[in-house]
Design a protein around this ligand. Structure first.
Ligand SMILES: Nc1nc2c(c(=O)[nH]1)N[C@H]1C(S)=C(S)[C@@H](COP(=O)(O)O)O[C@H]1N2
Ligand SMILES: [Mo]
Length: 512
């Protein structure tokens, strides 16, 4: 009974179109798309991942992008790859159906190629590289059908064997493809432009080069020697992106448009931008979505020009005194005009060309404000008529304002018979005046030593404190006071929606 019903089901599937072959073809289509498009938005899974970054509910995106980080990127590209395989599989399935029912192998393969090409083209908007998807799926169906007709189709054992072969092949191709894709989706942030050419800074005069060298030297000299915390110029700068695959922009084709409530629209291209007199500024970034003692806070020396330089010839008309920055990845963030006046357009980072992960060729830096309005891959500055919301505000965040004051506690070092604690403190434009440490759970407080302030008005400082520990477990708490004399908020809150607050504390066991 059960056996015959099972046979009827499998025969039914077999009659209409074999699912394993269609799946193999869908996987072939995905791989084909990747081979032609590479890790760009023309790759069907990358594009679908971006669509997910717009379509999914804010809560899901918050978890995937802000909390899971690299893992989230891998998850999103994996989900998108599965979705793409699903879509391409249905296209292939239709073609196989034509072959099986009408017996036209050539027509069936053409249907597979045509549908998967069209699907991929429609999704990515790139009908040229979409041929990779069509060809990938078509080749798999062609091979499957040709080897299939040669082995007698009635022979149940042969067809089962063939099915097993096809599905294991599909499995292998698929896994390899997905592994490669995930790998690319989580490219390390240290990767420079990947243009294969030099990473040296365009437009840099010898005066620029020595200014950068001096500033980086100063940061190295001022860095406190504490194990377990980043130097004053971060070695690994954090990265937050709404998309799993970063835009790959050609500076030759890049330009920045100034639009909206202005008398006349204006644009500036890359060569013009880098030929303006450059400035080199230390600016610290911190993500509003990071946990209180998280690691999404870093500092770099940026090379670029003040945004006011660009706006010199621009006359604003009426409007809301607010501005929207837009980017090549579809990201957009809105904030008050005031904040833009201090803004900086960076094309260099730590003496090298701005890495792709951090916005190559040009990003905005808005000192004192949460990372999210420091728009990477910037393409447009739009002066708005009416106040509106940016990408993260539409998803419930309030991350366009000034950063909260924080002192992190990242190092607990057991020296000979002393304990050394340390971290970074940051308060945006307010600056850091003081960091205090309590080693008795808050009963009494001592001043920590601070690193010499680096030039610039938006730079973090390191703090450190050494003490002889009691002979038992104890709580260490740290708190900062900003340059306006305001003590860091004591009350704890999570990152959503306006950034974590509270004093960082940890339990230290001197016997360990
Ligand atoms: N175009 C674009 N700009 C962006 C983002 C993005 O996803 N796309 N992420 C923002 C967020 S949330 C933060 S915290 C900072 C992080 O900058 P980083 O990746 O260079 O550290 O970039 C901001 N700028
Ligand atoms: Mo962020």
């Amino acid at each position: 009974m059960v056996g015959s019903r099972f046979r009827a089901i499998t025969e039914g599937v077999h009659l209409s179109a074999p699912v394993p072959l269609a799946l193999a073809a869908g996987t072939g289509g995905l791989v084909g798309s990747f081979i032609l498009a590479g890790p760009t938005q023309s790759f069907i899974a990358a594009r679908l991942a971006s669509l997910l970054a717009y379509g999914l509910p804010g809560e899901v995106l918050t978890i995937v992008i802000l909390y899971l980080g690299d893992l989230g990127q891998a998850l999103s590209i994996f989900t998108a790859a599965m979705l793409a395989i699903g879509l391409l599989t249905s296209g292939a399935w239709l073609g196989i159906y034509v072959i099986r029912t009408a017996g036209y192998t050539g027509l069936g393969i053409a249907v597979v190629v045509g549908i998967d090409w069209a699907l991929t083209g429609l999704i990515t908007g790139d009908f040229v590289t979409a041929t990779g998807a069509g060809a990938g799926a078509g080749v798999v169906v062609g091979v499957g059908e040709l080897t299939g007709t040669r082995s007698a189709p009635d022979d149940a054992i042969m067809s089962r064997r063939r099915r097993r072969l096809v599905s294991s092949l599909a499995g292998i191709i698929g896994l390899a493809g997905i592994a490669a894709i995930i790998q690319l989706g989580t490219e390390p942030s240290a990767n420079p432009t990947e243009t294969g050419t030099s990473t040296s800074l365009p437009g840099a005069t010898s005066a620029d080069v020595s200014a950068i060298e001096n500033l980086l030297d100063e940061a190295a000299t001022n860095t406190l020697s504490i194990d377990g915390i980043e130097p004053l110029v971060s070695e690994r700068f954090y990265e937050v992106d709404i998309n799993a695959v970063n835009p790959r922009l050609d500076p030759a084709g890049w330009s920045l448009a100034i639009t909206g409530e202005v008398e006349r629209d204006a644009t500036i291209d890359y060569d013009e931008l880098v030929s303006l007199p450059a400035e080199h500024r230390f600016i610290t970034l911190r993500c509003v979505g990071e946990t209180l003692n998280g690691h999404k806070m870093d500092n770099a020396l940026w090379t670029g020009i003040p945004i006011t330089e660009l706006l010199k010839g621009v006359t604003l008309t009426e409007g809301c005194q607010c501005v929207m920055l837009r980017a090549a990845d579809g990201y957009y963030e809105e904030f008050p005009l005031d904040a833009l006046q201090r803004g900086f357009l960076a094309y260099g980072m730590n003496g090298e060309v701005l890495p792709r992960a951090h916005g190559y060729p040009v990003r905005a830096l808005i000192p004192g404000h949460w990372g999210e309005i420091n728009v990477k891959w910037i393409t447009e500055i739009e002066f708005l008529k009416r106040d509106t919301e940016g990408y993260w505000e539409e998803r419930g965040w309030h991350g366009t304002g000034p950063v909260n004051t924080v002192a992190k506690l990242h190092a607990v070092n057991h020296l000979a018979d002393r304990i050394q604690v340390g971290g970074h403190a940051y308060a945006g434009l307010r600056g850091i005046d003081r960091v205090e440490v309590s080693v008795n759970g808050g009963t009494s407080w001592q001043d920590a030593a601070l690193s010499e302030p680096l030039p610039g008005d938006d730079v973090w400082r390191q703090w450190t404190y050494e003490y002889t520990p009691p002979n038992r477990q104890h709580d260490v708490i740290v708190r900062a006071t900003d340059g306006e004399g305001t003590l860091q908020a004591r009350e704890h809150s999570g990152p959503f929606p306006s950034g974590a607050t509270g004093w960082v504390s940890t339990t230290v066991d001197p016997t360990q």
